[in-house]
Design a protein around this ligand. Structure first.
Ligand SMILES: C[S@@+](CC[C@H](N)C(=O)[O-])C[C@H]1O[C@@H](n2cnc3c(N)ncnc32)[C@H](O)[C@@H]1O
Length: 339
């Protein structure tokens, strides 16, 4: 090979920013590979046994072999796959992680990044200048719920801190998602009973199944419904109403109305808990990124500041508002407030 070619190529790196952008590009392509490999079932198939490309095409029921081969080639080039004796297998840490039984949250993260996060950026310019906002909140519910599992350990600690030792614990979990808040409350305080409410029928069904699988159907009911038109089961009084990653589904005006209504549904010694990403203020990449999605989809609103929610809570009659900081440099935080 003539070294002149290499030298000419290296000239590219004199373009300001080329080196870091090339590095980002490689990571980006690898993420795209993981996304396509996971969604098509290719990574799962290879995790079972090394496969020739013909056997793999058959396993997947692929109708376009050349497309599958193109993806396999990307997998080799980004070192996520290896080829030995004509058989492909998983090599990279990331592809192994997304098919690991414990890796569902990692897979959901890839799906969220390439799915609704990328959509928000791809459509940014059009929407910035007045184009219609995205209307896919319902379709992304499943990935959001799976991705949200990443914050469960933190929320479990928070639940422990706020429910341990309470004599009476009837809970309403608004926008309950997987219902893990209710399960966590029960695990530290077996007097807990209550209701999980979610507007998304698929999410409510899944939460009900989870509650049954945890053997907690006697303790908790899961109801599908909209907290703006609360079903009978959400009448109260409750000792604890929880809203995790929920308040940004409401405009500031709706929020004030909703929080007043929650105040009225609490017992005189009741407590409201709020857990969410507050606005990043240029310091928290996860919150800032989430906020781009929030501002890009119908049915979501920009992340409020902690002060704004604190003021709304006070205006709705709550007192003893307490902040719970979970992680350094993160605006994923908790608030508790007494009636
Ligand atoms: C981001 S998820 C959070 C789920 C769960 N609380 C958690 O922290 O993992 C928000 C949930 O709120 C539900 N939701 C949104 N608007 C609602 C409403 N008006 N009434 C009831 N549930 C709602 C959504 O369907 C979704 O499952």
């Amino acid at each position: 090979m003539n070294p002149r070619y290499t030298l000419s190529f290296l000239h590219l790196f004199k373009i300001p920013g080329m080196l870091p952008i090339m590095k980002d590009w490689q990571a980006f392509i690898r993420t795209l590979f993981l996304f396509a490999g996971y969604e098509s079932g290719l990574l799962q198939a290879l995790s079972q046994a090394p496969c020739t490309k013909e056997a793999l095409a058959q396993k997947l029921g692929a109708k376009r072999q050349e497309l599958m081969e193109a993806l396999l080639d990307v997998g080799l080039a980004c070192k996520e796959l290896e080829l030995k004796d004509q058989k492909y297998s998983l090599k990279g840490k990331r592809s192994r992680a997304v098919v690991n039984p414990k890796g569902d949250m990692v897979a959901a993260m890839i799906q969220a990044n390439v799915g609704y996060y990328c959509d928000a950026y791809r459509n940014f310019t059009n929407r910035l200048f007045g184009g219609e906002l995205g209307d896919d909140l319902e379709e992304i519910g499943d990935v959001v719920a799976r991705f949200s599992k990443g914050i469960e350990p933190i929320v479990r600690d928070f639940v422990k801190a706020i429910v341990t030792g309470k004599q009476s614990l009837r809970i309403l979990d608004v926008g309950c998602g997987t219902a893990f808040f209710l399960q966590s409350a029960y695990s530290v305080n077996p007097t807990a009973t209550g209701v999980g409410l979610d507007i998304d029928p698929a999410v409510a069904r899944q939460a009900r199944e989870n509650i049954a699988a945890w053997g907690l159907s006697e303790r908790f009911a899961v109801v599908q419904g909209d907290i703006r038109h609360p079903p009978q089961e959400a009448a109260g009084p409750f000792d604890l109403i929880n809203m995790s990653s929920m308040l940004y589904y409401f405009s500031p005006e709706e929020r004030a109305e909703l929080l007043s209504d929650m105040h009225a549904r609490l017992s005189p010694s009741g407590m409201l808990s709020v857990v969410m990403n507050f606005d990043s203020q240029g310091k928290d990449l996860a919150a800032a990124n989430l906020n781009v999605v929030n501002c890009s989809l119908k049915g979501l609103y920009s992340l409020p500041s902690r002060e704004e929610i604190g003021e709304t809570l006070r205006a709705c009659g709550f007192r003893q508002i307490k902040e719970h900081n979970f992680l350094p440099a993160s605006t994923f935080q908790g608030l508790t407030a007494q009636v």
